[in-house]
Design a protein around this ligand. Structure first.
Ligand SMILES: *Cc1c(COP(=O)(O)O)cnc(C)c1O
Length: 222
């Protein structure tokens, strides 16, 4: 089981490097965030042992059950929050995560700013953009992105480093990635979190700096 995960991990690493070189980018400019949601600590350990340090989780509660133990052994772990964040979980999220990728509404921005002051801890923030304008999906609509990004940085003083998107499952992802890059460029934001198991190569071609890969490493989630 761990051999399978390690083989998957090695192929994902190789595919990231290949995709970067195809567009004359350095593989080092693309961070692999290994998405370990729904997988237990025992399945994560072998990947940690290879030197992987950036991991992504969707739920605060699940992450709290898994990562404090692992972090005691590997202090350099960088944990990314990828799922929607409720304001009643902001305290735990600010304490646990190093990167919060899902800043998606004014109320959350206000709560995060207050909690960061309170804890004197400033996880990096990415703003999630709903590039496909899907009603059921979290994220700021593209038309509202400029004003929201500016408000997060200037009014709330959040440490915004970039943008994240999750294209509609049945869409060709390229236009979504291109749109995200365009919005980020307008604001001088350097971090683009885009690309998952099925499309990280396309995302890297379009400038992704962090890919979020779960299934291709850990296998399917039940
Ligand atoms: C689950 C998830 C991923 C990983 O998706 P895979 O297709 O398993 O690679 C990436 N990003 C977000 C926001 C997710 O929720």
């Amino acid at each position: 089981m761990s051999e399978e995960v390690l083989a998957n991990y090695a192929s994902v690493r190789a595919a990231i490097a290949a995709a970067a070189r195809e567009v004359n980018r350095s593989p080092d400019d693309v961070t692999l965030v290994a998405v370990s949601k729904n997988h237990e600590v025992d399945r994560i350990r072998p990947v940690l042992a290879t030197g992987q340090r950036a991991f992504g989780e969707n739920r605060v509660q699940e992450a709290l059950g898994k990562w404090p133990i692992l972090r005691a052994e590997y202090p350099e772990i960088r944990l990314h929050l990828l799922g929607p964040l409720q304001t009643n979980k902001v305290r735990e999220a600010v304490a646990l995560f190093d990167v919060i990728e899902t800043v998606d509404r004014p109320k959350l921005a206000v709560a995060l700013a207050a909690e960061m002051r309170h804890q004197n801890r400033r996880p990096e923030c990415l703003i999630q953009i709903n590039t496909g304008e899907e009603p059921q999906k979290a994220g700021i609509l593209p038309a509202d992105a400029d004003s929201f990004i500016t408000a997060c940085r200037t009014d709330h003083g959040l440490p915004v480093v970039g943008l994240m998107c999750l294209p509609p499952v049945n869409d060709e992802p390229s236009p979504h990635f291109a749109l995200l890059r365009e919005i980020a460029a307008r604001h001088g934001l350097g971090h683009l979190s885009m690309g998952m198991s099925g499309d990280f190569d396309v995302a890297i071609h379009l400038g992704s700096t962090q890919v979020r890969v779960g299934t291709a490493i850990f296998g399917s989630r039940i």
